[in-house]
Design a binder for this molecule. Structure first.
Ligand code: 48H
Length: 261
């Protein structure tokens, strides 16, 4: 055991000063991702790898979204050929089950993706939620964020703002950013009706197929990825197959890398 003295106040100051610096450094970013599920994390990984300044806001304590629980809490996920390639690129061990069906341990999948994404430079702010968007002259300029504990405790505490060139809605089933856009700005989204259509019942094949096409810009500077993309465009959910989420995250990253790098 070291006999060096430990000062409690130094420990507190270390946390407060380094966190504050981190937040101040990321008040202005190229891309702000809302939601730390597989789609948001994979988008963050590929963006950060290309040197894009990218942050991710997750309202929960842990990032990983719905991936930890596999299917019905059996902690294995399924991916198809295209999803397998992405897992392998990130370094997640994959096992073949049958032709075009592969499994991965969901704990290994989430922890490896989180590790690779944050080491590549993705800056994650957990326990923070996006409660609004910064919209000026009908253009989205960033996010309005607050501590999750504020809404949980129903406190009246004002949020702060994050400026970003692009926003990714990776909030999963609730597609919260797209709903905010619709409710707050009364704007027409790039869907047939101009509104969030809402996800359809389970159909893995169509859900996975549509997700590729649904991953796109829905309003200038705002992109949807992952389950949020299918919810916005009215495509089916797909159950515990995660290839679509990974492909969607990589696809949206590619679209933004073209614009930024
Ligand atoms: C901050 C927020 C906010 C907010 C939400 O649900 P996710 O895992 O989303 P995806 O799209 O990466 O993956 C979907 C997948 O997990 C899934 O649900 C599948 C495949 N379902 C198929 C089926 O049939 O059911 O992650 C979204 C994350 C969550 O961690 C939320 O807490 C977070 O976004 N989030 N964070 N501010 N306003 N809204």
């Amino acid at each position: 055991m070291s006999n060096k003295m430990l000062n409690d106040i130094v420990i507190s100051k270390a946390i407060i000063e380094t966190f504050s610096k981190k937040l101040i450094d990321y008040l202005k970013v190229d891309v702000a991702i809302v939601g730390g599920g597989p789609a948001g994390l994979i988008a963050g990984y590929y963006l950060a790898k290309e040197g894009v300044k990218v942050s991710l806001f997750e309202r929960k304590l842990s990032i990983g979204g719905g991936m930890w629980g596999g299917g019905i809490m059996f902690n294995e996920i399924v991916v198809q050929d295209t999803g397998k390639k992405i897992l392998e690129e990130v370094g997640v061990p994959v096992k073949k089950y049958k032709e075009n069906y592969y499994t991965a341990d969901s704990i290994q999948a989430v922890s490896t993706i989180c590790s690779k994404a944050t080491l590549a430079g993705l800056r994650v702010f957990n326990l923070m939620e996006v409660e609004d968007l910064m919209i000026k002259n009908n253009e989205v300029r960033g996010l309005v964020v607050n501590w999750t504990s504020v809404s949980l405790a129903k406190l009246h505490v004002d949020p702060i703002t994050i400026e970003s060139k692009y926003v990714i809605d990776a909030t999963g089933h609730p597609s919260e950013v797209s709903h905010l856009l619709q409710q707050k700005a009364k704007i027409k989204l790039a869907t047939e009706s101009g509104d969030v259509v809402g996800e359809k019942s389970m159909w893995a094949e169509v859900g996975e197929r549509d997700m590729n096409e649904n991953t796109k810009e829905i309003f200038p500077n705002v992109f949807v990825a992952g389950m949020a993309a299918n919810a916005v465009f009215g495509s089916p959910r797909m159950g515990p197959i995660f290839g679509g989420m990974l492909i969607s995250g990589k696809r949206v990253a590619g679209m933004l890398i073209k614009k930024l790098v």
